[in-house]
Structure formats: structure tokens, C-alpha cells
Design a protein around this ligand. Structure first.
Ligand SMILES: CCCCC/C=C\C/C=C\C/C=C\C/C=C\C/C=C\CCC(=O)SCCNC(=O)CCNC(=O)[C@H](O)C(C)(C)COP(=O)(O)OP(=O)(O)OC[C@H]1O[C@@H](n2cnc3c(N)ncnc32)[C@H](O)[C@@H]1OP(=O)(O)O
Ligand SMILES: Cc1cc2nc3c(=O)[nH]c(=O)nc-3n(C[C@H](O)[C@H](O)[C@H](O)COP(=O)(O)OP(=O)(O)OC[C@H]3O[C@@H](n4cnc5c(N)ncnc54)[C@H](O)[C@@H]3O)c2cc1C
Length: 643
């Protein structure tokens, strides 16, 4: 054990195990989490080659092998609780998305939320047993977003063939054929090819495809269909299915994100997910109680991503803070030993806010999950009243937490200097695997605008005298203040006072956005144009701080004081996240702090070190010996060599 890190732990002023229990929810939950962890980390079937030294195809193959083992073991150990499955999976594939993510994270949950009992028997049971492997195909090459409700040019009363349809409307179509009781699916244009779905490229044999429903000559907007894409025995693509991998990406190397072109693919009537919307055998369309229910799975994953932001931050600051405790640089005073870099105020100022955010997001993630479970329970009982708030909260928190975490991971990487740039630190991988959360499940700006839409509606209800409940109740309680009213009193030591200032700022920003829309409406006369011209204010309204210059200076001084208070407990606070070394997979973030010897050891495994003279270098050796000069270079080229 590195002596610096030992001293850090000796200086801590609280019981780390108790804090771990609080983070987990209870001592029993900590025990069970560790039990699952050791099932995976001590299982030889999950041993792997360091992916850093593998090609993409090798990484995919290794991940598929581990995922298959994972399913067998989940069955063997009878693990069926979604939280436990999720935890087990995260130990099997630490930090890395894998080919079955979409199957587990979106295919199964979409069936649970939108399938009829008959469809549950036909699809969910075999999918649970991994006979059916599914993905969720919404995004297309030309479009990442869809309307929940029908477009003006795609409504129940608009015949499909009207020339009013624009090129934008040429999205994948599912047209009902009553003669055969089938839907015929087509991707009419290049831009309507499904693009991005995880596990689609090679792994899945089924996809939930979102397509425009056409029946009795009318278009009814976006609906979900279960489409078999590969033969269940041979895994070969079925007729009419053009499918494959979209190629290498920034990260996600283990995942076969794919493309899917549908060419007159026929599926039975009862392959449309019909828990809510229905098509009768004669083609009659039965509306769902809410068109927004089609988007339920995204609300689930967005809620889950809030917790993933916390985990990415916990990992990043564990690595950076432990490393900063054992790294020494630059004499502070001449002749004295070099200090731990964690003693530099600037280093603390980089890392301690990340640490605080990791804690805050952990609790926000738990709150989001409880809210999701509560409101989705109501929805299952037929009460849809909480859906708008759930959508606004999950969309806004997904965007806010992923943006914040995305920036903070990079702060952690840079705070580790050069070694942070090495893949041995794990920080580059954490970044590339985390950053697409800002884009997928709804691009963040678009999500912020969804939250703003809800805030503005709530604002106008509050101004109309309604007493609002839940997360927007502050809009009823607080009267937005004009700038001339000055800044509110603030006690920076008092949490309640800080929350009140945040709420006031939020209310002011919502009012600013509403005023902007009103002004733009007078200028532009169209609600849509006024909305777009106020979009910057709207995004700010969803991301609410209202301080005077002296108050800001007071905050700044208080932060310096807090850095000093936090310093003795920094290592213990990251230890409390209880991230096992094998899960963290970082040379810099090792629990024992023995960084340098393991860094050297890790580098020696680089494939470039497999031979002292890599084969490609023989050409240089030959050139050095002047044997090829005549054939490689024209006679006029003078090459001076010493040999
Ligand atoms: C069962 C066992 C489970 C075990 C689980 C265990 C382990 C899990 C394992 C793994 C998980 C790991 C990883 C996670 C897996 C996957 C993640 C990886 C990849 C990502 C996959 C994807 O990206 S899928 C594609 C996602 N795509 C999007 O998110 C597109 C975003 N677009 C939209 O949401 C919409 O197009 C829109 C909202 C931007 C615009 O829609 P539009 O209709 O035009 O909107 P408006 O006119 O503004 O609003 C209309 C109306 O609807 C309301 N609304 C909108 N969305 C929703 C919603 N989702 N819910 C409720 N309500 C909604 C909106 O507020 C408006 O309401 P009002 O009219 O009342 O104002
Ligand atoms: C790693 C990864 C995995 C994915 N997995 C899946 C999957 O499994 N299944 C699936 O269906 N999809 C998947 N996706 C696709 C993903 O859901 C989309 O990329 C995402 O929804 C964003 O859509 P887009 O790419 O069309 O971005 P665009 O909407 O084209 O965004 C581009 C820019 O335009 C801006 N913009 C767009 N609309 C508006 C607006 N209304 N107002 C203001 N600004 C706007 C955005 O803010 C952004 O700056 C995945 C993507 C990635 C990167």
C-alpha cells in the first residue's frame, strides 16, 4: 500500500462503511451488491483480455461471449430483479456498453409497457430466455426525432397519397393489408433507413421498429411494430431485410450499432404493439388514451441515465483524487519535499466540486428513479395525470446531469496530467462511452426545450391563479422580481436560503422566456417562429444561480474555506463509493495507490512490445543499410547516410 494513501485514510474523520451504506440505501443493500460483484469478478468465465489491446472485431467477439455467459449465469443464480440484473451486467462489462444493452434496456421494457398479454407470451418470454434478441429502432439516417402526435400532413383525416406530403414525411411506413391481415413495411427513401440502433448490426434477430401506421388510406403517425429480422435458426437476414453494422465510432466499440432497410417486409397484424393503440382486422384504427405513451421507454431510460451520470462522476473523481494523493510535484518551498498534488488549491478547486456533484447526482438519481416508479405505477393503473411532469423532469435532468458530467470527466482526466491521457487511466474510456448520453435518448438541447415547454405551461397556469404542486410549485409561491428590485438576501451557510435563491432565479428565467415569446409573437405572428426565436431563453429557463457581486465574492471565499475543510476526507469520500479495482479498471485509481509499478507493467503488455523489432521496422533497417536506395529514390535525390 502506498504510504501517502494510507495516511489519507488514517486522517479521515468519518466511518467510510456507514457512508457506503447510505449511498447504497442500507447495509443489506451493500452486502448484496458486494455479493453480486464477487460472483462476477471471481468467475473465471468472465476473465477477459484487456480491450485496450484488441481490435474492434475482437472486442465485439469478447463482449458477445461474456454477454452469453452473463445470461446463462443470471438464470443459474435466479437473478431477475431489474436492479440486480443491471448491477451484474455492469460488473461483467465495466464501463463499457455491450451488444445486449438494447435488448435488456429497451426491447424488454418496451414489451413490458406496450405489449398485450398475448404478445407478452409470444415475445417477452422467449426474449427473457434469449431465444429472441431484440433492439429498439427509432432513429433514421435523416431524422432523430419524431412527433408523438400526428402531423398536420399525417392525420387521421389525411389520405396518404395527398401531394401535401413533404419529403420529411417519407419515413418508414407500415401499411395494413386487410386481405392478408399483415402490415407491409418499407423504408421509402435512403434517409428513412434506420440508423444507430444498438445490437442491430449483427446481434439481434428481432427489432421494435417505429414506423408511420397507414390503414384504410389514412396515416396515424408513429407506432411500434415487432419485426423479425434474422432467421431464428441460421441467424441469416430474412427476405426484404437489409441490415448491417454502421462502422467504427468515437467509442461503443463493443456495440454493433446498425442500419436497417425494409423492402416490402410483411409481418402479421398482431405484431403491432397493441396495449394502447389498436388496428382491428378490418383496418379500423383505435386511438390510444395518449399518443405520448409510445415514448414511455425513453422516459424510463432518461430516468436511468441520471444515475449513470452519477456513476461516471464517481468513477472519474475516484481515479483523479486517489492519483492526486500519491502524485508529488514541484517544491512549494525550496528544500522541502514535493507536496502531493492534492495539496494545491487549484487541484482541489478542480476536483472537489466534481466530488460534490457525484454525491448530489447520486441522490438526484435515486429521487428520479423513485419518481419514475411512482408515476409509471399510476400509469399502469390508468392514471396519466403525472406523465407531463415525469416527462419534463426526466428530459431536463437527463440533459442537465449528462452535460455536467461530460465536462467534469474531462476535468478529471486533465487533472491527472499526461498519465490521464493514457488509456491505462480509464478516463479516456469513461469519456468516450459516456459522452453520447448527451445525444442519445433525445439530444440534450431538444430535451431542455421539452422541459421549457412544461415550465411555460406551468407558468401560465400559475399566473392564472392555479396552485401548482410538485417540482414547479415554486412558480405559484414566488413572484418573479424585476432586475430593478435588486438581489434577494442570501445566507450562504444555509441550504434553505440557497434553494430559495435558486427557485427565484428559475422563476425569473421562466418569466424572461415567456416575455420573449410574447414579444416575438407580436413581431412574427406565429407561435412556432416565436418559440424558435426565444429558444436560447427557453433553454436557460430549464437550467437555473442570482447573485450580486458582493454575494458572489462571499461565495468564492466560502468555497476556499470548504476546500480546506474537505481536504482531509477527500480520499475517504471517494472510497465510500466502494468501486472495486477490477470494476474501476484504472492504473491511476488503484485502491492501494501503487501507480508507477503498475503503469510500467501495463505498458509492457502493449502489442507493440510483442517483439523488440516490429516487422514493419525491417524496411527502415534495410534503408539504413542502403540496400534499397537505388530503387526507392531517383538518382538525383541525395540521401546522406552515415552507413
Ligand atoms: C425487464 C428487465 C429489464 C432489465 C433492465 C436491466 C438492465 C438494463 C440494461 C441495460 C441498460 C443500459 C443502457 C441503456 C440502453 C440504451 C441506451 C443506448 C442507446 C440509446 C437508444 C436511443 O437513443 S433510442 C432513440 C431515442 N430517440 C429519442 O429520444 C428521440 C427524441 N425525440 C422525442 O422524444 C420527440 O421527438 C420530441 C419530444 C423531441 C418531439 O416530439 P413532438 O411530438 O414534436 O413534441 P412536441 O410537439 O414538442 O410535444 C408534444 C407533446 O408530447 C409531450 N411529450 C413529448 N415526449 C414525451 C414523452 N416521452 N413522454 C410524455 N410526453 C411527451 C410534450 O410534452 C407535448 O405535450 P403537450 O402538448 O401537453 O405540451
Ligand atoms: C452511441 C449511440 C447509440 C444510439 N443508439 C440508438 C438506438 O439504439 N436506437 C435508436 O433508435 N437510436 C439510437 N441512437 C440515435 C440517437 O437517439 C439520436 O442520435 C438522437 O436522438 C439525436 O438525434 P439526431 O442524431 O438526429 O440529432 P439531430 O436532431 O440531427 O441534432 C443535431 C443538432 O440539431 C439540433 N436540433 C435538432 N432539433 C432541434 C430543435 N427542435 N430545436 C433546437 N435544436 C435542434 C440539436 O440540438 C443538435 O445540436 C444512438 C446514438 C448514439 C450516438
Amino acid at each position: 500500500m502506498n504510504p501517502d494513501i494510507v495516511k489519507e485514510r488514517q486522517n479521515a474523520t468519518f466511518n467510510v462503511e456507514k457512508l457506503t451504506n447510505i449511498l447504497d440505501g442500507s447495509p443489506e443493500k451493500t452486502r448484496r451488491r458486494r455479493e453480486i460483484e464477487s460472483m462476477v469478478l471471481n468467475d473465471p468465465d468472465f476473465q477477459e483480455q484487456d480491450p485496450n489491446f484488441l481490435s474492434r472485431s475482437e472486442r465485439y467477439d469478447q463482449a458477445v461471449r461474456k454477454s452469453a455467459q452473463m445470461i446463462l449465469k443470471l438464470r443459474e443464480f435466479g437473478i431477475s430483479d431489474p436492479d440486480e440484473i443491471y448491477y451484474y451486467k455492469n460488473c461483467v462489462h465495466p464501463d463499457r456498453p455491450e451488444p445486449l444493452d438494447l435488448h435488456l434496456g429497451m426491447f424488454l421494457p418496451t414489451l413490458l409497457n406496450q405489449a398485450t398479454p398475448e404478445q407478452m407470451d409470444r415475445f417477452f418470454t422467449p426474449a427473457w430466455n434469449l431465444q429472441i434478441i431484440g433492439t429498439y429502432a427509432q432513429t433514421e439516417m435523416g431524422h432523430g426525432w419524431w412527433r408523438c402526435s400526428q402531423r398536420a400532413s399525417c392525420s387521421a383525416t389525411t389520405p396518404t397519397v395527398l401531394p401535401a406530403l413533404t419529403s420529411e414525411d417519407w419515413r418508414p411506413q407500415a401499411t395494413f393489408d386487410p386481405a392478408t391481415q399483415e402490415f407491409v413495411l418499407n423504408s421509402p427513401t435512403i434517409s428513412s433507413i434506420k440508423w444507430w440502433p444498438g445490437g442491430l448490426g449483427k446481434t439481434s434477430n428481432h427489432a421494435i421498429v417505429l414506423a408511420q401506421l397507414h390503414t384504410q388510406g389514412n396515416c396515424h403517425g408513429l407506432h411500434a411494430f415487432i419485426v423479425p429480422i434474422r432467421d431464428m435458426d441460421t441467424h441469416v437476414p430474412l427476405p426484404g431485410i437489409v441490415v448491417g453494422d454502421i462502422g467504427p465510432k468515437f467509442g461503443f466499440s463493443e456495440v454493433d450499432n446498425g442500419f436497417l432497410k425494409l423492402e416490402n417486409v410483411r409481418i402479421p397484424l398482431d405484431n403491432m404493439l397493441m396495449k394502447y393503440a389498436k388496428v382491428e382486422p378490418d383496418g379500423t384504427y383505435v386511438k390510444p388514451p395518449s399518443a405520448k405513451l409510445t415514448y414511455g421507454t425513453m422516459v424510463f431510460i432518461r430516468s436511468m441515465i441520471v444515475g449513470q451520470s452519477a456513476l461516471a462522476l464517481a468513477k472519474s473523481c475516484t481515479i483523479a483524487i486517489r492519483y492526486s494523493a500519491v502524485r508529488h510535484q514541484s517544491e512549494l518551498k525550496p528544500g522541502e519535499p514535493e507536496p502531493q498534488i492534492l495539496n494545491f488549491q487549484t487541484q482541489q478547486h478542480k476536483l472537489f466540486p466534481v466530488l460534490a456533484t457525484a454525491y448530489a447526482f447520486t441522490f438526484v438519481g435515486q429521487y428520479m428513479k423513485q419518481t419514475y416508479n411512482r408515476i409509471s405505477g399510476d400509469i399502469h393503473e390508468g392514471d396519466y395525470s403525472g406523465l407531463p411532469e415525469l416527462h419534463a423532469l426526466s428530459a431536463g435532468l437527463k440533459a442537465f446531469t449528462t452535460w455536467a458530467a461530460n465536462g467534469a470527466i474531462e476535468v478529471c482526466r486533465m487533472s491527472c496530467g499526461g498519465h490521464g491521457y493514457s488509456r491505462s487511466s480509464a478516463l479516456p474510456d469513461i469519456y468516450v462511452e459516456f459522452t453520447p448520453t448527451c445525444t442519445y435518448e433525445g439530444e440534450n438541447t431538444v430535451m431542455m426545450l421539452q422541459t421549457a415547454r412544461y415550465l411555460l405551461k406551468s407558468y401560465s397556469q400559475a399566473r392564472g391563479g392555479q396552485q401548482l404542486q410538485g417540482s414547479v410549485s415554486y412558480l405559484s409561491r414566488l413572484q418573479p422580481q424585476p432586475v430593478s428590485a435588486g438581489v434577494p438576501p442570501l445566507n450562504i451557510q444555509d441550504l434553505a436560503s440557497l434553494v430559495q435563491v435558486y427557485q427565484l432565479r428559475a422563476a425569473n428565467l421562466v418569466e424572461l422566456a415567456a416575455t420573449s415569446i410574447q414579444q416575438e409573437l407580436q413581431l412574427r405572428h406565429s407561435q412556432e417562429d416565436a418559440w424558435n426565436s426565444s429558444a436560447i431563453d427557453l433553454v436557460r429557463a430549464s437550467d437555473a444561480g442570482l447573485l450580486s457581486v458582493p454575494q458572489a465574492l462571499q461565495v468564492s471565499a466560502h468555497i476556499k474555506e470548504l476546500l480546506i475543510q474537505l481536504r482531509p476526507n477527500a480520499v475517504a469520500l471517494v472510497d465510500a463509493f466502494d468501486l472495486n479495482d477490477k470494476k474501476l479498471n484504472s492504473v491511476l485509481g488503484r485502491y492501494d495507490g501503487n501507480v508507477y509499478e503498475h503503469l510500467f507493467e501495463w505498458a509492457r503488455h502493449s502489442p507493440l512490445n510483442a517483439s523488440e523489432v516490429p516487422p514493419a521496422l525491417t524496411i527502415i533497417v534495410i534503408i539504413k543499410h542502403n540496400q534499397l536506395i537505388g530503387s526507392f529514390f531517383p538518382r538525383s535525390t541525395s540521401l546522406s547516410t552515415s552507413t
